[in-house]
Ligand binder design. Structure first.
Ligand code: FAD
Length: 300
């Protein structure tokens, strides 16, 4: 099923992001993570794609397991920076062979060390969206409630409008820790007549150093309430995990209560964290089963 169809049936959707094997997780471990996450009955699971296509075959393999073995909708991330049309065509063929119907179309990041990227056929994510249009996929794009680091806020909004007009069917956000930033951005998109589903990306904080690094890279603010948690529990991983999960759960409950289209939890392949969050919202989630007013990105 295309995720677009899912959005017409459920609001909010609850989904997870996983990443392919790396130096910390073997393929078997990632498969184990997915089996556990599947028990939490997410509406879909997305799989990241390594910069420059480094995890290409793994992304397809994992998305295929999610779709064909766990019978959950899979969303395959796909970056286009440095890719040729021919390379993208090969991935599309692989995805179709594996019945994957959903792609998160991304530009990808420039290498942090400044090393050159190989010449490709795409410059912006909107180019990939245009290329994927009419190829029978539901197409998602990324958005940045606090702006993207490459561009000033206003330009970023107009560039996002280009991405949506190019054919993006839904948008998933960058992490944020202040829901008000999300709501303010949602209002701006409404004024630009962007009415596709907006999914909030939530990352529970479990490691203070890591989150400080991520937020400095992506420019999202750390509210005072979260800063106090990081400062107080930085050297007590168990306490930090508890507080981080509670903070994310509170964010999710507020978003669900504020007519959000979907919540996407960046699980970082951590099962326990996902379980705890889902356990805390069981009844809240049940409250929304079957309820949908047909509006996207707007308040009731
Ligand atoms: P774009 O939409 O192209 O935007 C990038 C910048 O270019 C913005 O500043 C934008 O304003 C500007 N821009 C866009 N269009 C135009 C235009 N027409 N003219 C001028 N400027 C323009 N990275 C990975 O490598 N793998 C992943 O799996 C991955 N998953 C992600 C999932 C989510 C939900 C998010 C939010 C990000 C993810 N990323 C991933 C990171 C992403 O690749 C980076 O944030 C990247 O810097 C921007 O990607 P984008 O698709 O938003 O690019």
């Amino acid at each position: 099923m295309k995720i677009t169809e899912l959005f017409t049936k459920k609001k909010p959707t609850i989904s997870f992001e996983v990443f392919p094997p790396n130096e910390l997780y073997s393929l078997d471990e990632v498969f184990g993570v997915i089996d556990e996450l599947a028990k939490l009955k997410p509406d879909f699971v997305s799989v990241t794609y390594g910069a420059g296509g480094s995890t290409r075959s793994r992304t397809v393999e994992i998305a295929s397991k999610i779709k064909n073995q766990n019978h959950i909708e899979a969303l395959a991330h796909l970056t286009c920076l440095g890719a040729t049309e021919n390379e993208i065509d090969n991935i599309i063929t692989d995805l179709k062979k594996n019945n994957i119907e959903n792609i998160l179309a991304l530009r990808g990041d420039y290498p942090k060390d400044g090393s050159p990227i190989k010449h490709g056929d795409f410059v912006h994510a909107s180019d990939l969206v245009t290329y994927l249009k009419n190829k029978n996929f539901a197409i998602g794009g990324a958005f940045y409630p606090e702006g993207h680091q490459d561009t000033n806020d206003l330009l970023d909004l107009f560039n996002l409008k280009i991405k949506v007009d190019s054919g993006a069917n839904f948008l998933i956000s960058q992490i944020f820790f202040d829901n008000e930033e999300f709501y303010k951005f949602r209002d701006k998109l409404k004024k630009l007549n962007i009415n596709i589903p907006l999914v909030a990306g939530i990352m529970p904080v479990t490691n203070a150093k890591q989150i400080r690094k991520i937020t400095s890279l992506c420019g999202c603010t750390i509210p005072e309430k979260l800063r106090k948690i990081l400062d107080r529990y930085e050297n007590n991983p168990k306490a930090l995990k508890e507080a981080g999960i509670a903070y994310a759960t509170e964010q999710i409950i507020d978003l669900m209560t504020s007519d959000i289209d979907g919540i996407h939890i960046y699980t970082m392949n951590k099962i326990e964290m996902a379980k705890k969050i889902m356990d805390s919202i069981t009844n809240i989630r049940a409250e929304f089963e079957g309820e949908h007013n047909g509006n996207f990105g707007t308040t009731k």
